[in-house]
Design a protein around this ligand. Structure first.
Ligand code: BG6
Length: 481
């Protein structure tokens, strides 16, 4: 299958930091279909050779284990092309169409790696130039909108030009190997599904913790905040994968229909429940990995009086028969104690304990970061001389060890899926809008009350109020158990 992959924003950070390295890995793993061309478009004048040199230099900043040798890079670079484009000029789109038509590849994937405020205008121009025919797919990178109205407006324009089947909305968390394994764990194994419900599960915790601060992205981040940056998309997508009903097939729409139902079943927030069930925080100076780091207000391009949240913890419920009454706790933050993304499923204790240590309940930990894995926490008898005492033990599955040669990164997986036309791991417009609908009352309550922005020391696990939120139900975050 021949393909053309076009990156709008071809010299931008996302392209050289994430997308090109991911494509290179796909190339190195022999997974990139033969007969492909990769075209970067951007505003300035460059030749193909100059663009290849630009990417070669950027690759030297990438993780050394992933860095190509000169010979490997040269083979990859032969796929790279560059075209100058002024995104406001219809003639430049016509020129792009000509470039694509001249070869007539089976598929053209147009990846919008530009600032999202340009998406509607670019889509309209693509439509006007006839670059929306049925061989074209468009990939849209987050953030898709700032609130419900802006997300709806982007989707309205995208839908007026492309069909839903042509629109690939990226949430890179869905490309993480552990997230795909969650589908396999639940729907390819008979073991867990009968227990996957309120009768056996006490609570579920989703933590997306980062030890990094906002770095050089202060201006973007300050307009965004943790709720929009991580909860509205990544955390809610993970929640849908955990809570969804088994889809009837493994097709994109069967899966996305089920995920949408979960989003629609989330308990809606009111101004009052936001005060009770949502904690927002901002990091102050502290210590991370033995180094002292500045507070959020001291970061570059952050206003000194900013009230932007860098941490959110919240409690919600999925209001349906399967999950009624089970708390779902979501938490994310910058400058926390560790880079650690995981989902913890806490099971209920045994109904009638006959061993002294039976207070420990089973727990399944789905680890997304820093490594991918699964841990099942059980109780076991240690051996002779221990009496009836049981000890907690862990069954540990490390996916890197289980499948050492087949691991692919999130962007690599998603780019290959977009080229192959597989929509399963992309977000449909109605899911995305429903997620905005659910977070909006939180944004409104914060704007109206201006209340309760807590601070936390960099390197900690967030404000004390986040622990209190969970303790109120008699529970504790994983690291406090
Ligand atoms: C992005 C957010 O979507 O995800 C960033 O905009 C965040 O702020 C990043 O750092 C986290 O992704 P990952 O894969 O490093 O956990």
């Amino acid at each position: 299958m021949s393909f053309d992959l076009v990156f709008f924003g071809g010299t931008g950070d996302l392209t050289w930091r994430k997308l090109m390295p991911a494509l290179f890995q796909a190339f190195r793993h022999g997974k990139l279909p033969a007969g492909g061309r990769i075209l970067a478009v951007a505003r300035d004048e460059r030749t193909d050779e100059e663009y290849r040199q630009f990417i070669r230099e950027r690759f030297s900043e990438v993780d050394s284990s992933k860095r190509p040798s000169d010979e490997e890079f040269d083979r990859f670079a032969a796929l790279l092309h560059y075209r100058r484009m002024d995104l406001s000029q219809p003639t430049d789109y016509a020129g792009l169409k000509q470039w694509l038509d001249d070869r007539g590849a089976d598929t053209a994937v147009l990846y919008l790696a530009t600032s999202p405020h340009l998406f509607p205008a670019i889509c309209e121009q693509l439509g006007a130039a006839g670059l929306n025919h049925d061989k074209v797919r468009v990939v849209l990178e987050k953030p898709l909108g700032h609130d419900l109205a802006s997300a709806q407006e982007i989707n309205r324009v995208v839908r007026s030009v492309f069909t839903e089947q042509q629109a690939f909305r990226i949430d890179h968390y869905l490309g993480k190997p552990s997230v795909q394994n969650l589908m396999a764990l639940r729907f390819a194994n008979a073991l867990f599904e009968p227990l996957w419900r309120r009768e056996s599960i006490a609570n579920i915790q989703i933590t997306l913790a980062e030890s990094l601060g906002v770095g050089t992205r202060g201006d973007f981040y300050d307009r965004t905040g943790a709720l929009r940056d991580m909860i509205q998309n990544h955390a809610l997508q993970l929640l849908t994968m955990i809570a969804m009903e088994p889809p009837s097939t493994n097709d994109a729409d069967a899966i996305r229909d089920e995920k949408l139902k979960v989003l629609k079943s989330l308990k809606p927030f009111t101004a009052e429940s936001v005060t009770r069930d949502v904690v927002r925080g901002q990091y102050r100076a502290g210590n991370v990995d033995g180094k002292s780091v500045p507070g959020y207000l001291e970061e570059v391009k952050v206003p000194a009086d900013s009230r932007c949240e860098t941490f959110v913890a919240l409690r919600t419920e999925v209001q349906n028969w399967r999950w009624a009454g089970v708390p779902f706790y979501l938490r994310t933050g910058k400058r926390l104690g560790a880079r650690d993304a995981q989902i913890v499923v806490n099971f209920r204790p045994v109904p009638h304990p006959i061993f002294p240590s039976a207070g420990h309940a089973n727990k399944l930990v789905i680890k997304l970061q820093p490594e991918d894995g699964l841990e099942l926490h059980l109780l076991a008898a240690k051996g002779a001389g221990q009496g009836d005492a049981l000890s907690p033990v862990r069954l540990d599955l490390d996916f890197d060890k289980a499948f050492p040669t087949d691991r692919v990164g999130a962007y690599e997986r998603l780019l290959l899926d977009a080229i192959a036309g597989r929509l399963n791991l992309f977000v449909r417009s109605d899911e995305q809008e429903q997620a905005w609908r659910w977070v909006e009352p939180i944004l409104d309550a914060w704007e109206n009350s201006g209340s309760d922005l807590k601070t936390y020391a960099a390197g900690s696990w967030g404000p004390a109020a986040a622990s209190a939120l969970v303790a109120r139900d008699g529970n504790a975050w994983a690291e406090e158990q």
